[in-house]
Design a protein around this ligand. Structure first.
Ligand code: B16
Ligand code: MG
Length: 212
């Protein structure tokens, strides 16, 4: 029986992917590293330092201190991009999807790799719809490891088998399955071949379809 849902944030409830892309692109341009929207796809759901590692590849000369400096620079640019976020930046139907889960008495968790998630959730005025927001800094491994979804189940007091995860990134769907949950993929079937259900957008979220 379905007792809880863990939602990803970026790409599921709001479109911060463009903002992340613009900030990473600025950094890549500064470092004269080729980077385009296709390369950006591989960063979705991957945490900040992991994303930087993917962009730098095996280029030499970037020690830990330098990586932290670069990641901080990117995050400062990202914060500028999201400075004006508000309730209007929620995807259509995102609030309603959360309210469906509330009305059904399900536990609701936010399982985002983003350290900026609490800020965004507050700015979009949906914080009160979550029972728990998992802090990615508290986890040993990011997506595709199951840690964040296992932490969501534990925080809600539900067994993973009683939970559903909602994700837009392949690494996220992998993490949900590794945690022993069913996955609703938001996007294209071609991009998320392993998801148990696919919806084109969060506006199509229909709890009845996943509760059977
Ligand atoms: P930050 P999600 C992820 O969020 C994004 O998809 C990913 O592109 C980003 O690098 C990551 O958060 C870390 O974000 O730099 O804000 O901590 O999709 O797991 O909600
Ligand atoms: Mg995402």
């Amino acid at each position: 029986m379905l007792k809880g849902v863990a939602f990803d944030l970026d790409g599921v409830l709001t479109d911060t992917a463009r903002a992340h892309y613009r900030a990473w692109k600025k950094l890549a341009d500064m470092l004269a590293i080729p980077f385009d929207e296709e390369a950006n796809e591989a960063l979705k759901g991957v945490d900040r330092m992991g994303s930087l590692a993917l962009i730098l590849g095996d280029r030499p000369g970037h020690d830990e201190a330098e990586r932290i400096r670069l990641a901080t620079l990117k995050n400062d640019w990202y914060l500028e991009e999201i400075a004006h976020f508000g309730p209007e930046d929620l995807f259509p139907g995102a609030r309603e999807a959360l309210e469906q889960c509330r009305a059904a008495g399900l536990g609701i968790a936010l399982a985002s790799a983003s350290r900026n998630a609490p800020l965004l959730i507050a700015r979009m005025q949906v914080a009160e719809l979550f029972d728990t927001i998992i802090d990615p800094a508290s986890l040993a491994a990011g997506k595709p490891a199951p840690d964040i979804f296992l932490a969501a189940a534990e925080a809600l007091g539900r067994a993973p088998a009683e939970m559903l995860g909602v994700e837009d990134a392949p690494a996220g769907v992998q993490a949900i399955h590794a945690a022993g949950m069913k996955a609703v993929g938001v996007g294209d079937r071609a991009a998320l071949p392993d998801a148990d259900w696919i919806i084109p957008a969060i506006a199509d979220f229909d709890l009845a379809a996943y509760s059977a």
